[in-house]
Structures are given as structure tokens and as C-alpha cells.
Write a protein of this length. Structure first.
Length: 177
């Protein structure tokens, strides 16, 4: 617990969560379906979410790396926060992961949600290591809670495999020490 907010990690299927107000999912610069997780979430949410994504892209053309946008959650959840994480080799991947995490938290806080769940950003499709991801995301979550948080009381990271969990667990334990 940090400033009355719970930060937790768990192994699970992000498409089977029910107790959260918002879910963060990775996206590309055009908000198109890509990657297993994004496609599964969009399928579960229904076509309305992709319609909203298309309307946003028609106005702003693309989502830069590190930027996040919010849509409804369709049939799945209250809100979906779409964040464009970095690819290996772009440079400053850690900083870009921090920015994607920070911007997602800002949006979650602005829309007044109490709970939000993240995947490990940029691991699945982009090839970022779980170690780099954990070292960028978890300290950013802590910093956000300490410096800016208004509404968030539960911030979780849902991991799919044990090896990713272990990397995140090491970093999380270091934050509480």
C-alpha cells in the first residue's frame, strides 16, 4: 500500500477481469487491432470500441509512442485506456515505457476511476523485456501515487507467465523496502 492505494501484481488473463473500472491495453499509432491481447479485449468489448478508436484517429491521425487515449469499454468494462508503448531499438525505451504508464494513470485519474489494471506494456508484440518493463512501470506507478493521485485506489499489473511475474515481483519488493 502506498498513500492509501494498493499496487499489486498477479498472474491471470486480462480478458477475465471483472473488478476493475478501467483496463489499459497496448496499441499501435493508428489504434488498429494488433497483437493477441488487444484483439481479445476488443472482441470482448464489441465493435463500438473500435468505432470510437476510428473516430479519434480521424481527428488526430496517430498516437505517438508514450501517449494514451481513452474510450468506453463497450460490453466489457467501463473504460479502455489505449497506450502506445515503445519497440526495442527506438531508443529511450525505459523512458517511453514510463511515459506510457504515466499518461495512462493520468487518464484513469481524470475520468475518476478507482481501479485500473495494466498488462506489462510492450512485452507481447513489441519485444521489450519483462525486466525493463517492470523497472519502468512499477516505479512510475509509485511516483504517480505519491505525486499526483486523486482517485486511484487499486492499480494492478496482470502478468501472463511466471517468469514475468518474478521480474515484477523483484521490482515491487524493492519499492516497498
Amino acid at each position: 500500500m502506498i498513500n492509501n492505494s494498493i499496487v499489486e501484481i498477479f498472474i491471470g488473463d486480462l480478458t477475465n477481469i471483472e473488478q476493475y473500472d478501467a483496463i489499459v491495453i497496448p496499441t499501435n499509432s493508428r489504434l488498429l487491432p494488433s497483437g493477441d491481447l488487444r484483439c481479445k479485449v476488443l472482441r470482448k468489448a464489441g465493435t463500438q470500441v473500435q468505432v470510437e478508436c476510428n473516430q479519434i484517429i480521424n481527428k488526430i491521425i496517430q498516437i505517438p509512442v508514450g501517449k494514451s487515449i481513452v474510450t468506453s469499454g463497450g460490453n466489457f468494462i467501463n473504460y479502455i485506456i489505449h497506450t502506445n508503448g515503445p519497440r526495442p531499438g527506438q531508443g529511450n525505451e525505459g523512458k517511453k515505457l514510463m511515459l506510457a504508464t504515466w499518461n495512462s494513470l493520468i487518464l484513469a485519474d481524470e475520468i475518476g476511476v478507482v481501479s485500473v489494471v495494466f498488462p506489462p506494456i510492450s512485452i507481447e508484440m513489441r519485444g521489450i523485456t519483462s525486466k525493463l518493463c517492470a523497472e519502468a512501470m512499477l516505479p512510475t506507478i509509485k511516483k504517480y501515487i505519491v505525486e499526483k493521485n486523486q482517485n486511484l485506489r487499486n492499480i494492478s499489473v496482470c502478468l501472463e507467465i511466471e517468469t514475468d511475474y518474478k521480474e515484477f515481483e523483484k521490482v515491487l519488493q524493492g519499492l516497498s523496502g
